[in-house]
Design a protein around this ligand. Structure first.
Ligand code: UD1
Length: 342
């Protein structure tokens, strides 16, 4: 019998890649998504790649009634992978209540519905942003979490605190929280990637859109950081590696060694500066990128890269795709989008 897994936000960037990995490993997937930052065409893409169209429920998880109803329909599910959340840092600074309301209500309603329907396993999409400006590299999971510069970041930190209190209570639900470093890249089929809805905040889509001529110029936010070339260092990870980590986390939760709450970094352990990313992109695309150094962006920290030891030891997972794979797949995806793949 196939095990049924609920994937909230399964039409989104990381969610859709994870759905493909789950289907390819013979799980039955049902997606809950409000389509606020995604669209239904993704289901056909998933079908094209895997041969299976996942079951889909359009639902607003901010509503406790709607959440209750949809979970009741799918109470035979074994676990929830909870991606559904807003993620634009700048938007969260302008509209913090929208972020607290969406990201925290949806988590609370989901956990309550899991409790009511005895769905005992939960994987949470967290972020390395919970570490704030960490003092030691590589960052290990026991590094202190810090109040974030942005409401978005704070929703992730608060969500982890909610999960800690929840799993400390009488709850028999076990949770794995996955702290993503900087996900980039796209599916090797060229069919699935990140669908940009506004001008991107993040580096990689900004680079590819500049190279594609959609944006005029990449602004490099500061070259006076205490790093090798003065630009900030991040741990970029291929989205398909990230998807595979969710599979491993799920297997752990469903297996005999499941713990009440575990937290893992998902990164490669390698740090690249902004200028190194630009150079690597130029090498892959074969053309020069139009960029200019400008002022620092508020909230940016000099350096972030993961210790990958815990995920390797406990989940038996490590990232396998190279920086070249990440950049090549991002660029192929961008070009496919521009060719009219909508
Ligand atoms: C950002 C968010 C973080 C969030 C993550 C995932 C901030 C301060 N941090 O992480 O909370 O979890 O995205 O969405 O927004 N850069 C440029 N020019 C650009 C864009 C980026 O120089 O146009 C630089 C940044 O200064 C940074 C690096 O590229 O040094 C990576 O930026 P980005 O992709 O936005 O990721 P983070 O800042 O690490």
């Amino acid at each position: 019998m196939q095990e049924k897994i609920i994937v909230t936000g399964g039409c989104g960037y990381i969610g859709s890649h994870t759905v493909i990995t789950l289907i390819n490993h013979n799980y039955e997937v049902v997606i809950f998504d409000d389509l606020s930052n995604s669209n239904l065409k993704i289901l056909d893409r998933i079908q094209k790649i895997t041969g299976i169209k996942p079951h889909f429920e359009q639902v607003d998880l901010k509503s406790s009634e709607a959440t209750h109803a949809v979970f009741k329909t799918h109470k035979d599910s074994k676990a929830v992978i909870h991606f559904a959340a807003h993620k634009a840092v700048a938007e969260s600074i302008h509209n913090p209540l929208m972020y607290y309301q969406n990201n925290l209500f949806s988590l609370i309603n989901t956990l309550k519905a899991q409790q009511d329907n005895s769905i005992k396993h939960h994987i949470f999409s967290s972020s390395a942003t919970v570490y704030g400006n960490p003092s030691q590299m590589p960052i290990t999971e026991d590094a202190p979490t810090q109040r974030s510069f942005s409401p978005y970041g704070n929703t992730k930190k608060m969500a982890e605190e909610i999960l800690e209190d929840f799993t400390n209570s009488q709850s028999d639900i076990s949770v794995i929280s996955l702290r993503y470093f900087n996900p980039i890249g796209a599916h090797e089929s060229g069919q699935i990637g990140e669908f940009p809805t506004a001008i991107p905040n993040n580096l990689m889509p900004y680079i590819t859109q500049t190279a594609a001529g959609v944006l005029e110029k990449l602004m490099v936010f500061g070259n006076d950081y205490p790093t090798k070339d003065g630009t900030p260092i991040r741990d970029y990870i291929h989205v398909v590696d990230l998807a595979e980590a969710h599979l491993k986390a799920l297997q752990r939760l469903l297996g005999p060694k499941s713990q009440p709450l575990e937290v893992f970094n998902l990164g490669t352990g390698n740090g690249y500066s902004v200028l190194e990313m630009i150079k690597a992109f130029e090498a892959v695309s074969g053309s020069l990128l139009n960029y200019e150094i400008t002022d620092r962006r508020p909230g940016d920290v000099p350096e972030m890269f993961a210790s990958t030891a815990l995920a390797k030891q406990v989940l038996n997972w490590e990232a396998s795709r190279s920086l070249h794979d990440m950049i090549q797949s991002s660029w192929t995806w961008e070009q496919n989008l521009r060719k009219g793949l909508k």
